[in-house]
Design a protein around this ligand. Sequence first.
Ligand code: TYD
Length: 137
Amino acid sequence: MPHGACRIIDLPRVYEARGNLSFVEGQVHVPFDIKRVYYLYDVPGGSERGAHAHRTLHQFMIAMSGSFDVILDDGEREHRFHLNRSYYGLYIPPMHWRLLNNFSSGSVCMVLASERYDAADYYRDYEEFRRALQART
Ligand code: TYD
């Protein structure tokens, strides 16, 4: 599966009277191997998360419950996504500044990531992120 741009990826759905099931396999449904899973929950109304970019990390974000917005900035344009179902997710390649907000009460944001946690992979300063993007072109 090619990396390509940030995008919504629909997941398989097994609908049954006894309940629905979806699944994600690395390199099959998302374009990377999954090495880490983390999730945001108990997010107070009005909170914002993210506000950083990653140098090399690929991520896939799913609203497991409730809803929230993700705003991505790749240096050229802003992409806005509203996540509110657990049968699709948002693929975020490296070098995308992300902001998460508009969390509904009880929302859970699960993130599948291509690498273990590494603080050195973060850009936390937006101007530094923009300079790094420009240095690549
Ligand atoms: P962070 O990614 O900075 O979240 P946000 O940008 O939304 O504030 O993570 C918050 C804290 O959690 C930070 O101190 C690092 C820690 N953390 C881990 O230890 N492991 C992880 O896998 C993640 C995602 C965060």
